[in-house]
Design a protein. Structure first.
Length: 674
């Protein structure tokens, strides 16, 4: 039954996205851009509306929208070309689904539970900003959650829980990115092989470290070593470069001198996010980046098509029949940019410079810049997210941009190891000379942006080895796929056959990252395959399934769970996977987001004392905090089994104990408010 339900859900999702894309395609050059623009416009419009009135469950809408989509598609679906145009999105979606289906757990690793929490805030469909599911009495107004709103919107439409919302939301986002990369490449690359290579390099490729891994690490072939190979590609500079264990590795990357602390400078690729399974803001940033690049490419394609008889460049590939105006495309470029403030504001400086550079270049072309359309788009986008900003801006942390100090710069060897594929493509692109104005301008733009990432950084509360961590992980991770795609397209379309052949080298090299991905796939246990709700790992605890089932059907109320670490722990998992709000989420995260209010750490200490049976007047404290359910899980038994009887006695005056499992006298269950 689960597979049948999944198949029907995917069919409904595809039909409705196809219908939306077909409606938008009337003013756009291809279905991939149309699909992304349609999704963005719909999500942005509802995001604006729901700041004034929450629309609640939208499950009623899918029968209506599906019928309308079928009507819209009834004629076009008879065309073989239309079906062929669906492949880029569908194949990218299925690639992500293969990973999420086999490894669906949403657990305490990485940011799984954090992203699940973000989605859970938006899932009830209340007026925005929604109530904070991790901090009772507060609103979720201190984080940029537009991507999670979109994932929750999809789930509200399809009537899905938070876990399925996150896993399928990841697949939809990845599908959009993949189809946008294809849309961008097909405007200059006529042959299918270089387009496939470019798409593979961006979607499943790694960094420049990927082809070095077999030579600098001597590791066995097992699950743990596969994870090391995957992480070393992303967290190489300042972390895994200190763990090389071959003679070649030590010669290339000597360990840091005694008394020095290497800086941790990560670069997260799309393939890394696919393995990790995090639906984090950078994923939405990738989608908006390639939408912007795709629209820019469409503007250039339109100009080349209009003057194809007078240009030395190859004729533009035959696309679809729509011929959008430059003003329409430019308006959409402007519309998309303010959305970054609600999606992933870390990358706004770089993407803003990219759009500014494109506008200056476009202004210098014979076609000129439709500056009124660009300005109108910027204004429309700003108006659409203004209700969000009125809540978010007062709570945003101050993060000034500062100069990188000498001790924080990236070591040259590690920099070259990471970035050599981009630098290789950069040299090839520049070799075309200034007469190839578009590629020349784009190449020097990449140089400028790469220099900025090494000269400036966002000064957040982190320090020491993590001083540049957040700035680099956001900026490098945005710039790397953008540079790989843009420079790769220009290099693969050079007139010189030798140079085109040389462009294959770095793109094939980053695809070597497929090897550790295949090793991980082969060796990592697939215990919970198919459980897209993501709670399979939690069900391994005794009584967990019964507790979650009970909470899913119980009246809504605050759930309290035992607390160990301040973050990256199982704390909060029962509430999130059952659709209930937590009495307290991860205190370290909430403290960071809320500028460290004193009561969060106090309440965390109270919870720890309660779960050790040492909180005075525990029943009154829990009742005063409006806690309805108090979980006692296998984790709590393992932490302090003796505390159970003390808690049971202390809570008995106001809470009823419900046991769901008894293993040799060790009970698992929950207390419920009388």
């Amino acid at each position: 039954m689960g597979m049948i339900a999944l198949g029907l859900t995917l069919a409904l999702l595809w039909v409705n996205l196809a219908g939306l894309a077909h409606l938008a395609q009337r003013r756009l050059p291809d279905i991939d851009l149309a699909r992304a623009v349609g999704v963005l416009a719909l999500c942005l419009a509802l995001f604006f509306v729901e700041h004034f009135v929450g629309l609640g469950s939208l499950a009623w809408a899918w029968p209506v929208c599906t019928v309308l989509s079928v009507i819209v598609l009834r004629d076009v679906a008879r065309s073989a070309a239309w079906w062929e145009a669906q492949y880029p999105f569908v194949l990218a979606f299925l690639l992500a689904l293969a990973w999420r289906f086999v490894f669906p757990d949403l657990d305490a690793q990485s940011e799984h539970l954090t992203d699940l929490f973000f989605i859970a805030n938006y899932l009830p469909g209340q007026t925005l900003p929604p109530p904070d599911q991790w901090l009772p009495g507060y609103r979720f107004d201190m984080y940029y959650g537009f991507l999670h709103y979109a994932a929750a919107l999809q789930a509200r439409f399809l009537h899905l829980d938070a876990g399925r919302a996150m896993n399928l939301g990841f697949c939809t986002t990845f599908g959009l990115i993949g189809s946008l990369v294809w849309s961008l490449s097909r405007r200059r690359l006529n042959a299918r092989a270089p387009r496939l290579l470019l798409a593979a390099a961006v979607l499943v490729g790694g960094t420049g470290v990927a082809p070095l891994i077999p030579f600098i690490y001597d590791l066995p072939h097992d699950d743990a070593s596969a994870v090391t190979r995957l992480w070393s590609n992303t967290r190489f500079v300042g972390l895994y470069d200190q763990q090389v264990n071959t003679s070649v590795g030590r010669a290339l990357f000597p360990p840091a001198e005694a008394g020095t602390e290497p800086r941790d400078l990560p670069l997260e690729t799309l393939s890394y996010y696919t393995y990790l399974g995090d639906l984090h803001p950078p994923m939405g940033g990738f989608a908006l980046l390639f939408l912007t690049l795709g629209l820019m490419g469409a503007v250039a394609w339109r100009a080349r098509r209009a003057a194809s008889s007078a240009t030395i460049e190859p004729p533009a590939p035959a696309l679809d029949d729509a011929h959008p105006s430059a003003s329409t495309l430019t308006f959409l470029i402007g519309l998309a940019q303010p959305v970054l403030l609600a999606l992933n504001p870390w990358t706004l400086p770089l993407q803003g410079l990219m759009v500014l550079g494109w506008a200056l270049w476009q202004w210098r072309t014979p076609q000129g810049l439709a500056w009124r359309a660009l300005l109108a788009g910027l204004v429309a986008g700003a108006v659409a997210i203004y209700p969000f900003l009125t809540h978010f801006a007062p709570n945003a942390l101050g993060t000034p941009i500062r100069l990188v100090q000498p001790e924080d710069h990236t070591p040259m060897r590690q920099f070259l190891a990471l970035w050599w594929p981009v630098l290789w493509l950069l040299v090839l692109t520049l070799s075309a000379g200034p007469k190839a104005r578009g590629s020349w301008w784009a190449a020097w733009g990449v140089v400028l942006l790469l220099a900025i990432t090494e000269i400036l950084f966002v000064d957040d509360p982190n320090g020491g080895r993590y001083n540049r961590f957040n700035a680099v992980i956001k900026w490098w991770s945005w710039l790397y796929p953008a540079a790989l795609a843009v420079l790769g397209i220009f290099a693969l379309s050079l007139q010189c056959k030798l140079r085109r052949a040389l462009a294959w080298v770095p793109l094939l090299a980053v695809c070597v990252y497929l090897l550790p991905q295949a090793q991980y796939w082969a060796y990592h246990p697939k215990t919970h395959a198919g459980r897209l709700a993501g709670e399979g790992w939690l069900y391994e605890q005794q009584g967990a399934r019964s507790i979650i089932t009970y909470l899913r059907n119980a009246p809504r109320g605050l759930v309290l769970e035992g607390l160990d670490a301040g973050s990256y722990s199982v704390h909060g998992a029962y509430a999130l996977h059952s659709g209930q709000p937590s009495a307290l989420g991860w205190p370290d995260h909430e403290g960071l987001w809320r500028n460290q209010p004193w009561f969060i750490s106090r309440d965390a200490d109270m919870v720890r004392a309660l779960y050790h049976g040492g909180l005075p007047d525990a029943a009154r404290w829990a009742a005063d905090h409006r806690i309805r359910y108090i979980i006692w899980s296998q984790t709590d038994q393992q932490r302090d089994a003796a505390a159970f009887e003390r808690m049971k006695s202390a809570l008995s005056s106001q809470y009823i104990w419900r046991a769901f499992n008894n293993n040799n006298g060790q009970e698992v269950g929950l207390w419920e408010r009388r």
